[in-house]
Design a protein around this ligand. Structure first.
Ligand SMILES: Cc1cc2nc3c(=O)[nH]c(=O)nc-3n(C[C@H](O)[C@H](O)[C@H](O)COP(=O)(O)OP(=O)(O)OC[C@H]3O[C@@H](n4cnc5c(N)ncnc54)[C@H](O)[C@@H]3O)c2cc1C
Length: 395
């Protein structure tokens, strides 16, 4: 059983019902490096764009754990769809559950209420799709400041800068850009509207994996963003980074789904369900199948624990588990895919069978910031040790 509530079971079940059609389309999105529009239409029609919009705002009211379970099921059918859906839903979690749980002071709370009413209305009524381009390719600062600037002007801001790997670059209606006002250390989350003057999508998109995300560059030169599109009160993003660090884990659940897809395929292939050749009796293959299942169950157990640990001000043990979960999933997924190729053999590598795509998709996760595998390893390596010497344990 993958869920803890009936509601979670129902929502994961709804994705499972959409899954076979998504799985069938995944090969084309990967081959063409095209955006999964049909899958997003299915998600929209089933109400999932509003998965983490509170019920009081007309959404499905899913919390962080529910999102994680839904993302896992989506990733099982199409990794690119799950990863793109993460970018959309993360903004809802930030403005919704996380905003509530940070218990902001009165005026900030009121501002958040006003801003998110507009954000959620757009999603529920107009099916607005959001993206979340944070990355700028400035490695050392990736978890701290941003070079993209927001200059206050009458009625809003002028945003200038460059984002790399902006998933949904050509399909989102609004790009929620992390940026800074000069001289102010607070990160702003500003909704840059697609088609706004001064916004250009640039660069080729022909990557190894997760090819349906269309994560090209966003070049912004004095793009006007109305003040109402500043979704969070200034300073809330920084508070999230410090007090609600599980936010940075959300994308790993898409990769947990890719792991599940590897399990599905390998089990079927070894049992003969794919090409009628039963390979299940070979001890060598059974040994590899054991390894594959171990990696999956270990990653899943940790991820589920982390989903339920998520909340404000996690203790040291919960942060450690979150970092461990990230490493276990993001390293485990490509390792599992590699072992699956070894177990299934050469013919399993041939397109249109999905294994080689799963292998390529799985490899992308470890590089994703701000909690890339290296960052997580570095933090975990310093964790208990730095604390004993009175060091800071920032998330
Ligand atoms: C398919 C895909 C979709 C993406 N979508 C989005 C998106 O929608 N929004 C978004 O904001 N970003 C997105 N990213 C970008 C991602 O989060 C990273 O920012 C990006 O992969 C980093 O690329 P880089 O060349 O700058 O790598 P670098 O930053 O140079 O990193 C190279 C390696 O160094 C490690 N590293 C980097 N900084 C540190 C550090 N401070 N300490 C220790 N190790 C470090 C990294 O783990 C990585 O393995 C996406 C990436 C991929 C692959």
């Amino acid at each position: 059983m993958h869920w803890r509530t009936d509601r979670q079971r129902e929502l994961v079940g709804a994705i499972a019902d959409l899954g076979p059609a998504m799985k069938q389309r995944a090969e084309r999105y990967d081959r063409e490096a095209s955006f999964p529009y049909e899958n997003f239409a299915d998600l929209r029609d089933a109400g999932f764009l509003a998965l983490c919009v509170p019920e009081s705002h007309g959404g499905l009211g899913g919390d962080y754990a529910t999102y994680g379970l839904v993302a896992e099921e989506l990733g099982r059918h199409c990794g690119s769809t799950a990863l793109a859906f993460n970018m959309h839903t993360a903004t809802c979690l930030l403005a919704g559950q996380i905003g509530d749980e940070l218990a902001l002071p009165g005026p900030d709370r009121e501002l958040l209420e006003t801003r998110r009413k507009r954000l959620f209305e757009g999603i529920v009524e107009d099916h607005t799709v959001h993206a979340q381009p944070f990355s700028e390719g400035r490695s050392p600062e990736a978890t701290r400041g941003f070079a993209t600037t927001a200059t206050p002007v009458d009625g809003g801001y002028l945003v200038t800068g460059r984002k790399i790997f902006a998933s949904l670059s050509t399909s989102a209606d609004i790009h929620n850009v992390a940026c800074m006002v000069e001289g102010d250390p607070r990160v702003r989350l500003l909704g840059v509207e697609a088609g706004a003057e001064g916004l250009v999508v640039s660069g080729e998109w022909d990557p190894l994996g997760m090819r349906g995300t269309i994560s090209r560059n966003l070049e912004m030169t004095d793009v006007f963003v109305p003040a109402e599109n500043e979704w969070l009160p200034s300073g809330m993003f920084n508070l999230m980074a410090k007090r609600w660090p599980h936010f940075y884990m959300t994308l790993s659940f898409a990769y947990l789904g890719v792991m599940a897809a590897i399990i599905d395929f390998t089990g079927d292939y070894l049992s003969g369900a794919v090409d009628g050749v039963d390979r299940s009796g070979h001890p060598q293959k059974q040994h590899l199948w054991t390894e594959i299942q171990l990696r999956h169950e270990q990653a899943r157990a940790l991820a589920y624990q982390a989903m339920h640990d998520a909340g404000p001000d996690p203790d040291g043990a919960a942060i450690r588990r979150a970092l461990t979960s990230m490493i276990t999933t993001m390293e485990g997924a490509p390792d599992m895919a590699s072992a699956a190729i070894q177990a299934c053999g050469g013919r399993s590598l041939l397109k249109p069978l999905p294994l080689e795509r799963l292998y390529r998709d799985a490899r992308c996760g470890a590089t994703m910031l701000p909690w890339s595998v290296e960052v997580c390893r570095q933090r975990l390596g310093a964790y208990g040790l730095a604390a004993q010497h009175g060091g800071e344990q920032g998330a």
